[in-house]
Design a protein around this ligand. Structure first.
Ligand code: GTP
Ligand code: MG
Length: 198
């Protein structure tokens, strides 16, 4: 699935701009700076397919990528939880996110990225509840595993597992990743492959 050349398709700011729902898709949600774009680059083995950003919250677009073989869309959602975004911007983003999550028939699974060093925060829990309400099955991906202190690792996993139990739409399996070392990428590719054939 990931063998061919992956490409950026388009940035979408409104539901009317979504590409035709003609193939399965998976999306990546998470706090700003959690590593969504880096994960897409690591997954596809393309260095700068998704722009990694140092201006959190500037992009309010839903970015569509097509993986090689054209059998799956990868969707990079705008980051949430950045402190400096104006209220109106946050509300607009939340509205679009809700519409997208509730209205996209071909969305097979949402991957929610959580920084392995920090665990699930209140802003994350809001998104998880939104996914529950929209009945979108989601799976948790811990990011930046290369940066978590060995002494904290288990404790954070326990916190995340406990938090997930409150969310009926959550898959119990947590994928631990690092875009730096490549940890977890084979697991994610194989999950994506399975979903592309559903
Ligand atoms: P927004 O688009 O602002 O929502 O951010 P994002 O979630 O797309 O994060 P992005 O991929 O741009 O990464 C943010 C920063 O974290 C960058 O400086 C990345 O280099 C760094 N980063 C991402 N993944 C990893 C990782 O696995 N390990 C380490 N050490 N750094 C990472
Ligand atoms: Mg990004």
């Amino acid at each position: 699935l990931f063998a061919g050349q992956s490409e950026f398709l388009k940035g979408v700011v409104a539901m009317s701009g979504l590409p035709p729902a003609d193939r399965p898709e998976i999306c990546f949600a998470g706090r700003s700076n959690v590593g969504k774009s880096s994960l897409i680059n690591a997954l596809t083995g393309t260095k700068a397919l998704a722009r990694t950003s140092n201006t959190p919250g500037r992009t309010q677009e839903i970015n569509y990528f097509m993986v090689g073989g054209e059998r799956l869309f990868l969707v990079d959602l705008p980051g949430y939880g950045f402190a400096k975004a104006p209220v109106a911007v946050v509300q607009q983003w939340q509205a679009l996110l809700k519409q997208y999550l509730q209205g996209r028939q071909t969305l097979k699974r949402a991957f929610v990225l959580i920084d392995h060093r920090h665990g699930i925060k209140a802003v994350d829990a809001e998104i998880l509840s939104l996914l529950d309400k929209a009945a979108v099955p989601f799976q948790t991906v811990l990011t930046k595993a290369d940066k978590v202190k060995a002494a904290d690792r288990e404790q954070i996993l326990v916190q995340v597992r406990a938090a997930l139990q409150k969310h009926p739409a959550a898959y119990p399996e947590i994928v631990v990743t690092s875009s730096e070392t490549g940890q977890g990428m084979e697991t994610l590719r194989s999950i994506a492959h399975g979903l592309s054939e559903e």
